[in-house]
Design a protein. Structure first.
Length: 385
């Protein structure tokens, strides 16, 4: 069997790691790893290959940043010769980034079957670029691997034949189960002044913030509302904010740097104030996983973080009006709070004061058991042999 596995952005790296590990058992299979280069900085790319024990990519398309249309077209142009030369039986794509859609379109036009991992997730908000990528990728893929029952229902409602759909569980949870023990040995808490040399446990309570979606960071008014609300929570406890490079640029452009604590070039703080929003450089996967696992509260607009906090049992407030991971609301620790400052403040304060405990605190969704990658590889090998 010949397969191409595609990754392009940080969440993709986390998802392909268990898949590649599961495929290692089959030495006669030839699996080609293609990195599109959509995320190309050291913090957002190289560190993840190291932390997740992923081999160096066989091919790096080196696409880099661009508009959605330009980036999608460039991935297609550079991916086409890879397929022409390798002629795989299947192309495996994950998630919902531009690389996912671009490689799917290219493969289908070559007559090569496509497997989409994390199929069927829907926010029902077509203003999100990721939603368009999800819809189009699912419409033309041959194998659709769903993480939760609602994703299966979405696909069936869209007219996808049942024989193409497989409920296999959540592949990000595979990575979490495998790498959490290593993550807990990380020195990130000491580096940030949250723990001493001898202990990996935090000595003070803290929250974590991630922010990267265009709807939140590209609109100055929305970004201001969110950061002002988070800064208000920061008066109660430090909020650790690993800042995506693009988000950092938008914060500066909006004149909001004063809401963040100063930092050194290394990412360490000049001082370790007991409160405030601590802006740090992007963390490696293991560092962020350790940081998140001990947080009192996580605030995010990331889909993957909603899932990870559900498994870790950490309260999560999602800074969006919708989520494509509804199971994290009904069987997890997640709550939607939108971007209204007062609501963010009230919900965050209720969690910090113990007045708001998620109903399904420790209920992990079905098949989120660390064996999703094995199921996917087994299904593909049986179908394509």
């Amino acid at each position: 069997m010949r397969a191409v596995v595609v990754a392009g952005a940080r969440p993709n790296f986390v998802k392909i790691a268990p898949l590649l590990h599961a495929w290692r058992r089959f030495r006669n299979d030839h699996v080609l790893l293609v990195h599109t280069g959509q995320h190309y900085t050291r913090e957002l790319s190289e560190f993840f290959f190291r932390d997740l024990q992923i081999p160096r990519p066989d091919i790096n398309l080196g696409v880099g940043s661009a508009t959605h249309a330009t980036q999608t077209a460039e991935v297609m142009k550079r991916f086409e010769p890879v397929l022409a030369n390798f002629r795989p039986d299947v192309v495996v794509v994950v998630g919902d980034v531009n690389s996912t859609l671009a490689c799917t379109l290219t493969a289908v036009k070559f007559g090569i079957r496509v497997a989409h991992v994390e199929a069927g997730l829907r926010s029902f908000d077509r203003s999100m670029p990721e939603e368009i990528n999800r819809l189009l990728t699912d419409a033309i893929s041959d194998f659709l691997f769903a993480t939760e029952p609602s994703a299966v229902r979405n696909l069936r409602r869209e007219g996808i034949p049942a024989h193409k759909i497989y409920f296999v569980g959540n592949i990000m949870v595979d990575a979490l189960h495998k790498f959490l023990p290593r993550a807990q040995r990380s020195a990130v808490l000491h580096k940030l002044g949250l723990a001493d040399d001898k202990h990996r446990r935090a000595k003070i309570d803290y929250a974590v913030l991630t922010l990267h979606r265009p709807a939140n960071v590209d609109a100055p008014q929305t970004l201001t509302r969110i950061l002002e609300a988070v800064a208000r929570l920061g008066e109660r406890l430090p909020v650790i904010f690993p800042v995506h490079p693009r988000t950092r640029k938008q914060i500066t452009a909006a004149g909001l740097d004063s809401l963040l604590c100063a930092r050194r070039a290394s990412g360490r703080l000049r001082a370790a104030p007991s409160r405030g929003v601590w802006a740090v450089k992007p963390l490696s996967y293991l560092e962020f996983l350790h940081l998140m696992s001990q947080a009192r509260l996580v605030l995010t607009d990331s889909g993957g973080v909603q899932e990870e906090t559900t498994v870790l049992g950490v309260p999560c407030l999602t800074l969006r009006e919708n989520t494509e991971r509804p199971i994290t609301l009904t069987q997890g620790t997640n709550r939607l709070v939108g971007t209204d400052p007062e609501r963010i403040w009230k919900e965050g304060l209720a969690i910090l004061e113990g007045r708001r405990v998620p109903r399904h605190w420790r209920r992990v969704p079905r098949l989120w058991d660390g064996k999703t990658a094995q199921r996917i590889v087994t299904i593909l090998r049986a179908a394509l042999r």
